[in-house]
Design a protein around this ligand. Structure first.
Ligand code: FAD
Ligand code: PYC
Length: 413
């Protein structure tokens, strides 16, 4: 048994170093208050401190670190989007992911697997070609491949999908990866904490003080905080916060569910997504099959999971992989996804001075965690939208200048 473990077990004098500091009181004011200790809020705090020298920052979290969608997602990282704005943004994120474990000195289990978006119809093939061309134009590694290449990458697949929806080809994206999601939150949180940022768990924001169109402070379940800058990073709860400052957005909340199987011997290297069968799958380092489907079709502000979901997903999964018929589902869960009309996020400055949005992350925001931290910290520090988020601002809805990303939203969510 390692000596450190024995010491920890036997003596109160040698406690295990904590990942971050607990603060019992607030400071009287903060330069920036961030609502939400998910990956996005914590990454923004980290880069505010590291790159902009702004350390007088509080991150307020009503639950626990990473307990929102950051700890509920299926960890797919890719940049094979459809719009120029999306491709460039997510590509910048993938580049940051590649060095993040070293950056944190913490193993994120970042694992590049290759990502196949399967096409079962002629129109799906057309969209794959479209995405491949836009991707290549911006230097992103994507190409259309035939069924043979799919079979080579995933030999256990039934290319006819039980005769229901034969696979005609796929968009292959070599950089497609997965990572350990909790560790991402912990890495950002530890890095922010070491630089003087305060993270307050069990602290719910109940109101935002706006005077003359400017942010003045935040009311919380643990008291009042003065600040002139608030960043809202509360995926799935955004409308509750925007209501506090009288801001309207076109965000609707839908549940997104997922499930994992019991651990199996490694048999699936790549990540596979099928828009027509509404399923996606990867195999984690622990051997579990991580699986998901489309959004639940109803609006719901709750993380309820359903039997219907397990039955539907399993049926389609067996069309692709009939040999899994005896595999057991180990657990299932749901998250609340804040959906926008064009399937792109809503980021940046708002008409309320000092109130910034990192929202509309729907079903696709885990992969964006590092680039959100970079771009939102810049935007908050300089009170100017970062160039990379200019296609994602709230006022695009006023001007009907949408950033239509639905064709790249994984399972055709
Ligand atoms: P969160 O991690 O949700 O953090 C927001 C935090 O705000 C929460 O911890 C919450 O408790 C807190 N909060 C809310 N209200 C308040 C308040 N009033 N006061 C204080 N704190 C508050 N994306 C991908 O890129 N790839 C995927 O494979 C993928 N799969 C997904 C699968 C599922 C099942 C789900 C649900 C989502 C998936 N996503 C995926 C989307 C991704 O998880 C999210 O977009 C991303 O995690 C959002 O991160 P965040 O930090 O903005 O939000
Ligand atoms: O954005 O790739 C993605 C994704 C997969 C599942 C949910 N989101």
């Amino acid at each position: 048994m390692p000596w450190r473990l024995v010491r920890f077990a036997m003596s109160k004098k040698h406690p295990e170093p904590r990942m971050f500091t607990r603060h019992d009181k607030f400071r009287s004011s903060y330069d920036v208050v961030i609502i939400g200790a998910g990956g996005h809020g914590l990454a923004s705090a980290y880069y505010l401190a590291r790159e902009h020298g702004i350390r007088n920052v509080a991150v307020l979290e009503k639950g626990y670190i990473g307990g929102g969608n950051t700890g509920r997602n299926t960890t797919i990282i890719r940049s094979n989007y459809l719009t120029p704005e999306g491709v460039q943004f997510y590509d910048a994120s993938v580049k940051l992911w590649e060095d993040l474990s070293q950056d944190f000195d913490l193993n994120l289990f970042y694992s590049t697997r290759g990502h196949y978006t399967l096409a079962h119809t002629d129109s799906a093939m057309r969209t794959m070609r479209w995405r491949a061309e836009v991707n290549k134009h911006f230097g992103v590694d994507s190409e259309v491949v035939g069924p043979k290449a799919v079979k080579q990458a995933a030999p256990m697949i039934d290319l006819s999908c039980g005769g229901v929806a034969p696979i005609l080809g796929a968009l292959y994206h070599a950089p497609g990866s997965i990572a350990r999601h909790d560790a991402v939150a912990w890495g950002y949180e530890r890095g922010a904490d070491q630089r003087g940022v305060e993270i307050h768990q069990q602290t719910e924001v109940l109101g935002i003080d706006v005077v003359g169109g400017k942010v003045k402070g935040v009311k919380t379940s643990r008291g009042y905080i003065s600040t002139n800058k608030v960043l809202c990073a509360v995926a799935g709860s955004t409308p509750r916060i925007t209501d506090m400052v009288g801001l309207r957005t076109p965000i609707f909340i839908h549940p997104l569910q997922a499930m994992v199987s019991e651990p199996l011997k490694p048999w699936l290297d790549p990540i596979l997504v099928s828009g027509s069968l509404h399923v996606y799958i990867s195999q984690s380092a622990r051997g579990e099959l991580v699986m998901g489907a489309s959004l639940d079709p109803y609006e719901l502000h709750a993380t309820r999971s359903t039997l219907d979901f397990v039955e539907g997903l399993s049926a389609h999964m067996l069309e692709m992989f009939p040999f899994l018929s005896n595999a057991k589902v180990m657990r299932q869960w749901a998250g609340m996804a804040d959906m926008t009309p064009d399937f792109a996020p809503i980021m940046g400055k708002t008409p309320v001075e000092g109130f910034y949005l990192d929202s509309g992350w729907g079903t696709w925001g885990f992969k964006a965690t590092p680039v959100c931290g970079k771009t939102m910290s810049y935007t908050v520090a300089n009170d100017t939208n970062h160039d990379l988020i200019k296609g994602f601002t709230l006022d695009r809805f006023r001007h009907y200048a949408l950033t239509g990303e639905k064709g790249a939203a994984s399972v055709g969510h």
